[in-house]
Design a protein around this ligand. Structure first.
Ligand code: 5AD
Ligand code: SF4
Length: 469
């Protein structure tokens, strides 16, 4: 979903993973799969990216080797996204490309949200697929793989009624410095437009002890930044006796020796309380950035979306963040063209943008999704009108971002360096407030280190600067 703010630096940083990045409690991978290879392509959100890291970990532990092209793989997996129609369509066009591969002995598998949503239908539409498995069933993967390895042609994992989370002792991580960690899976919020409750099932939180144990392991492996993940990360409810609140968990994660930065996404406004702001104020290791999707600036539309807060209640959360002792960046998601959204509703969204002045915005045209309540709502907005509203929204935000970023020229930020440009002496990384900074430095090796960078220029989507020593 990253559009304007989170320019992916992972490619610059080299996403291919060295073996030492395989966090394993059982490092001697069995060799019986020697010769088996897998290719895994991921669509969609960070949750999917991280699920893929775990799936890759499971496969590596079984002795599979990861390859960079589907042609070279004995097992081709797609971890799919169905949040918007376009994302879901991509999967079927990809599968179309693989029609002939099964004959060549390749096993094709569909994982993730499209797998959950379409289920057995996938076998109808693409009979050359052998594995269909939704995210709530990943803990069954070893078992499903055994069935495939035994020659079974149609294997499925489609339960969502599990109360377990997908914890694996072996997780392969793509970013050598930032580790992602799911603390809550699924969603109970039932927004009218959203497939997530359907594809990822009900909310299940991981026990705080288990989260903290993994953070300690990550710190020992050299990760200095962790990002806690959940569709509604701040709805975290510790299932263990400790009953840690989300804000307590944030503070405990930040206390783990070796951890320098803690991020979390995505926060739901309803569960965003003063205790989280207090934690951000008290602990500088908690990054000063909150992603707080508003979806619309109109209370009428918010009600139709079942977002469970009004425009004014959302402003109260923003006021809490703006009133904090530290400056906190706020980013958001907005959907334009929800059924029945009038010109006046849209004007309220624009005025919300001017009032909040977000640091970044991810904006989407409403996309009708199967099994969602809004599918049958009247007064659909035409594609043309959605595109018009999206363009106006993005242009409004572009101006706001340009202005906000311009005020940062002259400031110095700490950057975690994660990218090296092909141009000599040019590097890139993120500030704690999650801005991308491209900067010059004469030093030879900076990847994975924290440096001070003075901002010398600003565009709408990133900053430029130079290292200060
Ligand atoms: N249509 C358009 N955007 C959607 N999102 C979720 N469902 C839909 C949909 N049906 C957006 C929301 C959410 C983000 C991850 O994707 O803004 O916050
Ligand atoms: Fe979807 Fe709403 Fe849950 Fe977010 S909070 S995942 S938008 S249902």
């Amino acid at each position: 979903m990253a559009e304007t703010f989170d320019i992916s630096l992972d490619s610059l940083a080299g996403r291919s993973v060295a073996p030492q990045n395989v966090a394993s409690s059982n490092s001697s991978a069995p060799s019986h799969r020697n010769g088996s290879t897998f290719f895994l392509e991921t669509f969609g959100c960070q949750m999917n990216d991280h699920d893929s890291e775990k799936v890759a970990g499971v496969l590596l532990a079984r002795g599979y080797r990861q390859v960079e092209s589907p042609g070279a793989a004995s097992l081709v997996l797609y971890n799919t996204c169905s949040i918007r129609e376009k994302a879901a369509q991509k999967v079927f066009s990809r599968l179309g490309e693989y029609r002939t591969k099964q004959a060549a002995g390749q096993i094709i598998g569909v994982l993730g949200c499209v797998a959950q949503q379409e289920g057995q239908e996938i076998f109808e539409r693409a009979p050359w697929v052998s594995l269909v498995c939704g995210s709530a069933s990943y803990r069954k993967l070893p078992d499903l793989l055994s069935q495939l390895e035994a020659g079974n042609q149609r294997v499925t994992g489609l339960d969502t009624d599990t109360d377990e989370t997908f914890e694996t002792p072996v997780t392969r991580r793509d970013n050598p410095w930032r580790a992602y960690l799911t603390i809550i899976e699924g969603c109970d919020k039932a927004c009218a437009y959203c497939v997530v409750p359907y594809t990822r099932g009900p909310e299940r939180s991981r026990a705080s002890d288990s989260v903290l144990k993994e953070v300690r392991e990550l710190a020992n492996l050299g990760y200095s930044e962790v990002q806690l993940l959940g569709q509604t990360v701040n709805s975290y409810a510790d299932p263990s006796k400790r009953k840690m609140r989300f804000s307590d968990l944030l503070l405990a994660v930040a206390d783990v020796p070796g951890i320098r930065r803690v991020r979390f996404t995505t926060s739901h406004p309803r569960d965003f309380g003063a205790d989280i702001v207090a934690a951000l104020e008290a602990q500088p290791k908690l990054c000063n950035h909150v992603h707080l999707p508003v979806q619309s600036g109109s209370t009428r539309v918010l009600r139709a979306m079942t977002r469970t807060y009004t425009r004014d209640e959302y402003f109260e959360k923003v006021a809490m963040l703006r009133g904090a002792k530290r400056e906190i960046a706020i980013t958001t998601d907005i959907i334009v063209g929800f059924p029945g959204e009038t010109e006046a509703d849209f004007a309220e969204t624009l005025s919300l943008l001017e009032k909040v002045r977000y640091d970044a915005l991810f904006s989407f045209k409403y996309s009708p999704r199967p099994n969602t309540p809004s599918l049958s709502m009247p007064d659909a907005i035409s594609e043309e009108e959605k595109s018009r509203r999206l363009a106006i929204l993005q242009e409004t935000q572009r101006k706001i971002q340009s202005q906000r970023n311009a005020t940062l020229v002259g400031n110095t930020f700490e950057i975690l360096v994660s990218g090296k440009s092909r141009r000599e002496n040019q590097w890139s990384g993120h500030t704690a407030c999650h801005r991308v900074v491209n900067f010059a430095s004469q030093q030879r090796e900076l990847l994975g280190t924290y440096v001070q960078v003075r901002v010398t220029g600003a565009g709408p989507n990133s900053l430029v600067g130079e290292q200060v020593t």
